[in-house]
Design a protein around this ligand. Structure first.
Ligand code: CO
Length: 177
């Protein structure tokens, strides 16, 4: 089922999500909804809080042309190691009409669990490393906006107000995490 994606400044996006204590049918079906919602958006990553669920779960597919071959579903993801720095132009399904360069670690090792209960470790660089950090940030109530200078963030707030005031549809979204 495709779920509605919450957008900034929805307060749920600011909340710390809870660890998943055990994997049950309800969780697995919520994860399926996340995958469907991510592909439909379209986006290359989605975190549970973006559809209003306060669970530490993320889904990603940085290669969506490949029919789900590179789809990742990660429960309780943790960044175990990082190396280097990278600047990447990020957007977010929860941040309407805005992208900005964000500094992240260039490489990460993320540990977590699959919906089948298998422990996994994912080594990533480039876009996947950026996307993993972006999604895990969502679980801690952090948007990429929070990683920008205050000036840039304030500019975005003003732009959003203007969009609301004018009551027109926002322009189409670009690649969104
Ligand atoms: Co996002």
């Amino acid at each position: 089922m495709i779920r509605r994606i919450l957008t900034y400044p929805d307060p749920i996006l600011k909340q710390q999500a809870s660890e998943v204590p055990n994997i049950d049918g309800a969780l697995v079906s919520a994860i399926d909804d996340m995958v469907e919602t991510m592909y439909h958006a379209p986006g290359i990553g989605l975190a549970a809080p973006q559809i209003g669920l306060s669970h530490r779960v993320i889904v990603l597919d940085v290669d969506p042309e490949n029919n789900g071959k590179n789809l990742l579903k990660i429960i309780n993801p943790v960044i175990a190691e990082t190396a280097g720095d990278i600047l990447w132009e990020e957007g977010c399904l929860s941040v309407i009409d805005y992208t900005a360069e964000v500094q992240r670690a260039a490489q990460v090792l993320v540990r977590g669990w699959t919906p089948e209960g298998k422990e996994i470790g994912i080594e990533a660089d480039d876009l996947l490393a950026v996307a993993l950090q972006h999604e895990i940030d969502h679980l801690d109530g952090t948007l990429f906006l929070d990683r920008l200078s205050r000036l840039k963030r304030d500019l975005y707030k003003r732009r959003l107000k203007k969009l609301e005031r004018e009551g027109r549809d926002p322009p189409p979204r670009r690649v969104m995490i």
